[in-house]
Design a protein around this ligand. Structure first.
Ligand code: ADP
Length: 200
């Protein structure tokens, strides 16, 4: 039998595909960045992409600027377009950590559709990492940061929106056996090791 290029190394591993979930201030962006670096995959942050669009003054940026400042969510159709385009790029096909998407149940459905439409094997997500942090700690952390959408009332609004729109994703992914919950009330390094242990 003809041996393929990967025969000596055993079966080829499919690219790592993770979603990071957590309330604003949970440290999910920081952890996504660190882990993406360690795993050698792309860190895809929809919040960072939208902030870049605002900074560039693009059509997308003009559309989302006010929405982001208010603490509300950008609409699902707009986000579907942003994420579909991003996941189609070559680097994303080599694996990714998706940070900030999905944030609603319809977005989770859309992500499933996008992934199953991408060619290649192992299109499905490997795991969804939930970084859990108590509410008082979240508010304390958020107020210590200095971002345009970090004013106290906006912080509270973003937490409210998270509870209402994003938390249902926890049960959604738990039901699919994908959820890996990690206690995020610890140092950055400790949380990183907990995540690595959880996705092993
Ligand atoms: P966090 O501090 O929670 O990590 P992000 O940087 O991920 O926040 O996102 C900042 C803002 O960008 C959100 O409050 C929202 O307005 C917008 N946004 C980012 N991702 C999405 C998404 N998947 N759906 C809707 N809006 C989004």
């Amino acid at each position: 039998m003809a041996a393929g290029p990967n025969a000596a190394a055993g079966p080829a591993r499919s690219p790592v595909k993770l979603v990071f979930l957590g309330p604003p201030g949970s440290g999910k962006g920081t952890q996504a960045e660190v882990l993406a670096e360690q795993l050698g995959v792309s860190h895809i942050s929809t919040g960072a992409m939208l902030r870049d669009a605002v900074a560039d003054g693009s059509d997308l940026g003009k559309k989302v600027d006010g929405i982001m400042r208010s603490g509300a969510l950008v609409d699902d159709d707009t986000m579907a377009e942003v994420v579909r385009d991003r996941l189609a790029k070559d680097d994303a096909r080599q694996g990714f950590i998706l940070d900030g998407y999905p944030r609603t149940l319809p977005q989770a459905e859309t992500l499933g559709t996008i992934l199953s439409g991408l060619s290649g094997r192992g299109a499905a997500l490997d795991a969804v990492v939930l970084i859990d942090v108590p509410e008082e700690e979240l508010v304390r952390r958020a107020l210590a940061r200095q971002r345009a959408d970090d004013k106290e009332e906006v912080v509270r609004e973003r937490l409210r929106v998270y509870r209402e729109k994003t938390e249902p994703l926890i049960d959604h992914y738990r039901g699919r056996g994908l959820l890996r919950a990690v206690d995020g009330d610890a140092t950055i390094d400790q949380v990183t090791s907990r995540i690595l242990g959880a996705i092993d």
